[in-house]
Design a protein around this ligand. Structure first.
Ligand code: ACO
Length: 493
């Protein structure tokens, strides 16, 4: 903790001089990090004219919009070196895992920390598969969505809905230490929810898919791999001995493994933020799913294809690149908060794409994608900003070649990411010292105290962003506003 000092006695420390007071503080450095709370000890009287809301007497605050350099947890799960293009799950390079492991084996590794033995893996796979079956009422739930509902809206709601079945797994009902005790009973309840969430993720996703296709639902089969079962649940139409194509099953498994975790991305952070209130894991996973849906995160694979369709053909690439440089467009599938070189997963995705294209044929957008890739990689704008392809740049092309609808792509990201979310959630529940609720600070720059003004005495405040905007009404509303009727007050719009 930072405290005033005359001179530094610690070598592994930061010496901070507060020029407002002349005080010097020693802040210990541990694991190349300093505690933000050390700055809270650095208090000062308010400078002349300083806003009281700055609360200088309560200590310095650390500002970090968008979490550019704030470590919120100690983790043993995933390591990324964004400059070198390195990604390791529990120490194992992603390239080795993609070559030798499977999604469920990697799930075990991410969640429990070591590669499983054969019997451990069989138990894990069997439990996940066993917990894939869903209550029959879920059919009604899924059917209650409109025919054109985005499958991510269905999946996000479905995770939350799922939690309503398991009162015994809900800390709000069973006591807040349900998952933090770390004793055998608590761990067993925790692991059961992990099996349920991984097992039912594919079932719910397949249901979201079949609702849209107007198909009956399929009970999860036995004896197939995780992705084999997922493909079966989406595609089986009653044929005898229906078996998904093994190349597609394997490709999907590799893509699932690559998407299983990625350190503290927006959705994993959302799961931890939500989980820090000790809410049940179903609600936390639903929150993660909602976060992943956005176009800056898991929605990017869908956005890449929409972008490629809008570009149309390789000849239109230069004009598109110019529009990006003028900030009229965004090059989806490029850039990353952490990677300042190519995302290591993008190379494996490209190799996997070749395997898939061998049996499905090439996607017609591939040439445009390659032209875009080439143009961006040698353009000064992208080179200077270290913008390189991320995992989403190619994954959408595989999903398209495999025949998945565009808006299903984020689902194909969310389903495997359930594993990573659970690994982080479990780690946080069991961390030393217990769970601390995540409650960040703000820098308040709003109005200082002022007195309520009666409506007749208020000055007019007008202008964009300062008052509600005029909204466009549909033809139906316009028509009904022209009608006259009794018994209902027509609102003045
Ligand atoms: N196209 C054009 N310019 C870009 C792009 C892009 N895809 N990404 C970043 N830039 C520019 C920014 O405008 C900024 O330029 P400036 O310094 O002149 O203002 C500079 O590069 C730095 O970018 P930031 O926005 O500060 O980077 P940040 O780390 O905040 O954002 C993000 C990362 C959201 C991934 C961003 O690169 C982006 O929007 N990419 C496109 C969406 C995408 O592919 N998302 C998937 C991410 S991977 C995943 O979730 C699996």
């Amino acid at each position: 903790m930072g405290r005033p000092t005359e001179s530094s006695t610690l070598t592994n420390s930061l010496t901070v001089r507060d020029n407002r007071t002349g005080k010097v503080y020693d802040v210990p450095i541990v694991d190349n990090s300093i505690q933000a709370t050390a700055f809270k000890a650095m208090t000062a009287p308010a400078a002349p004219g300083e806003r009281e809301e700055n609360e200088t007497y309560k200590g310095l605050r650390v500002a970090d919009k968008g979490f550019l350099n704030t470590a919120v947890i100690r983790s043993e799960i995933t390591y990324i070196d964004g400059d070198a293009g390195v990604l390791r799950y529990r120490g194992y390079p992603i390239e080795q895992l993609a070559l030798h492991s499977s999604h469920l084996e990697t799930a075990y590794l991410l969640i429990y920390g070591t590669l499983p033995t054969k019997p451990q893996l069989s138990v894990f796979e069997a439990e996940v598969s066993h917990h894939g079956v869903i209550h029959a009422d879920a059919e009604q739930f899924c059917r209650s969505f409109r025919y054109d509902a985005h499958p991510m809206a269905i999946l996000t709601s479905a995770f939350s809905y799922l939690g309503s079945y398991y009162g015994e797994a809900n800390p709000s009902l069973q006591g807040q230490s349900l998952y933090t005790k770390g004793d055998a009973a608590s761990l067993s309840i925790m692991d059961k929810q992990i099996y349920r969430l991984i097992g039912k993720a594919t079932t719910l996703a397949a249901m979201a898919y079949r609702v849209r296709q107007g198909r009956e639902f399929v009970t999860p089969p036995t004896g197939l791999s995780y992705t084999g079962s997922f493909l079966y649940q989406m595609d089986h139409l009653g044929e005898e001995n229906y078996t998904p194509n093994p190349v597609l099953e394997k490709a999907l498994d590799v893509l699932f493994l690559l998407h299983a975790d990625h350190e503290l991305n927006a959705s994993a952070t959302t799961v931890l933020q939500t989980g820090s209130s000790l809410v049940d894991p179903y609600s936390a996973i639903a929150a993660g799913c909602a976060s992943l849906y956005g176009p800056l995160h898991g929605g990017a694979n869908e956005a890449v294809i929409r972008m490629l369709i809008s570009i149309g053909k390789p000849e239109n690439v230069p004009a598109f690149i110019e529009a990006v440089k003028k900030r009229e467009k965004v090059l989806s599938g490029f850039g990353h908060r952490v990677y300042k070189t190519s995302d290591p997963r993008s190379f494996i995705v490209r190799k996997t794409a070749d395997e898939v294209f061998k049996i499905t044929g090439k996607d017609e957008l591939l040439e445009t994608a390659m032209a875009l890739h080439e143009a961006a990689m040698k353009d000064e704008y992208f080179v200077k900003r270290k913008l390189a392809p991320n995992v989403d740049f190619c994954s959408g092309l595989i999903y398209r070649a495999m025949g998945f609808p565009l808006d299903f792509f984020p689902v194909l990201f969310a389903v495997p990411r359930v594993v990573g979310w659970l690994a982080h959630w479990r780690q946080m529940m069991l961390q030393e010292g217990g769970v601390k609720i995540w409650r960040p600070r703000q820098i308040f720059v709003g109005a200082s105290k002022r007195d309520y003004v009666p409506i007749e005495a208020r000055p007019l405040v007008d202008g964009p962003k300062k008052t509600p905007s005029a909204i466009a009404h549909s033809g139906i509303t316009k028509r009904t506003m022209l009608a006259s009727f009794k018994g209902k007050v027509v609102p003045k719009l």
